[in-house]
Ligand binder design. Structure first.
Ligand code: PHE
Length: 344
């Protein structure tokens, strides 16, 4: 019986040693330690033993059971550790691998131009004002010296919402709103960027929605030379230090006198080329001295205060600066177009 038990122990321990899964180990446990296992079987035969042999055999049987049980738990432990080690290895993250690149967008060219203009004018002491895109007829036209039925209203075909409200056709209504806020007291020194809307058919140079930036300075002793100096600085900063400007008489109902402002061609330096259509000059904005009627209607004494105003389109500036030949590129979000404006 003793040999039998020893033999069983050896067998079981061998099987445990050679098992390589938790499942196999468990099979050994069931086979050798279970109620129907061979050890139990051997112990059943204890009845035949003498009274002296019985406790000795019982102790031996327990030893064998314990030895098998502890071999099982050691083996289980080892297998579990191996399993964990394997998982760790399989799921290991190589932190030295390069990451997948995050695709960075580019700023929109209109944003670049708008921010450049804002930076320039802010550096000259201007503040930025905004106004509503759905505007009243009063602010968009009447208070800008364009009474109802004034023929100059046709210069800007409008999207009317009601008889009295429309999508603003220009950023000039922000001039009026700001002047009203100042209650007849200068100085006023603002730029107003924003979207404007006109009933135009879209083509390479027209869009029913575009962007403008307005400038307004109102104070005592403001003259046309202040306007000219400001525009000269603008031309040099936006188009290059060698640029010159040229003022041509023009008409806007809210300025008198009014001018169209040309910048000497940045491509050919004024000799004449395709960009400036052989003239040496490129038209970039409209400007003028604020009409006394506009000042008076917004509560300023036009004997005491004068002002100048200018307005330009960011699309036009961007098209000139970046050589863009179709205004529709700004609005169609073609990634091939937009990604060209990535900045270092
Ligand atoms: N608002 C004018 C336009 O849209 C531009 C302008 C602004 C002209 C200010 C003169 C002074 O055409």
């Amino acid at each position: 019986m003793k040999e039998e038990l020893k033999q069983l122990e050896k067998e079981a321990l061998d099987k445990i040693t050679s098992a390589d899964s938790l499942k196999e180990v468990n099979e050994v446990r069931v086979a050798y330690l279970g109620k129907k296992g061979p050890i139990t079987e051997v112990l059943r035969g204890m009845g035949k033993l003498s009274a002296e042999e019985r406790p000795v055999m019982g102790a031996l049987a327990n030893e064998v059971r314990e030895s098998i049980a502890s071999a099982i738990s050691e083996k289980n432990e080892a297998l579990e550790q191996a399993e964990i080690a394997k998982k760790l290895e399989e799921q290991a993250i190589d932190v030295t691998l390069p990451g997948s690149p995050v695709k960075l967008g580019a700023r929109h060219p209109l944003t670049i131009v708008t921010e450049e203009l804002e930076d320039l004018f802010i550096s000259m002491g201007y503040t930025v004002e905004e106004g509503p895109e759905v505007e009243t007829d009063y602010y968009n036209f009447e208070a800008l010296n364009l009474p109802k039925e004034h023929p100059a209203r046709d210069m800007q075909d409008s999207f009317y919402i009601t008889a009295d409200t429309l999508l603003r056709t220009q950023t000039s209504p922000i001039q009026v709103r700001t002047l009203e806020k100042h209650k007849g007291k200068g100085p006023v020194k603002i730029i107003c960027p924003g979207k404007v809307y006109r009933r135009d058919n879209d083509d390479a140079t027209h869009s029913h929605q575009f962007n403008q930036i307005e400038g307004l300075v109102v104070d005592k002793n403001i003259s046309m030379s202040d306007l000219k100096g400001t525009l000269e600085l603008f031309a040099k900063k936006m188009f290059g230090e060698d640029r010159e400007i040229r003022l041509r008489p023009s008409f806007f109902p809210f300025t008198e006198p009014s001018v169209e402002v040309d910048v000497s061609c940045f491509k050919c330096g004024g000799k004449g080329c395709s960009v400036c259509k052989q003239t040496g000059w490129i038209e970039v904005l409209g400007a003028g001295m604020v009409h006394p009627n506009v000042l008076e209607m917004s509560g300023f004494d036009s004997n005491e205060y004068q002002g100048f105003a200018f307005g330009m389109g960011q699309e036009r500036i961007a098209m000139l600066k970046y050589g863009i030949d179709d205004i529709r590129h700004f609005y169609t979000n073609d990634i091939r177009f937009l990604s060209q404006f990535k900045q270092a």
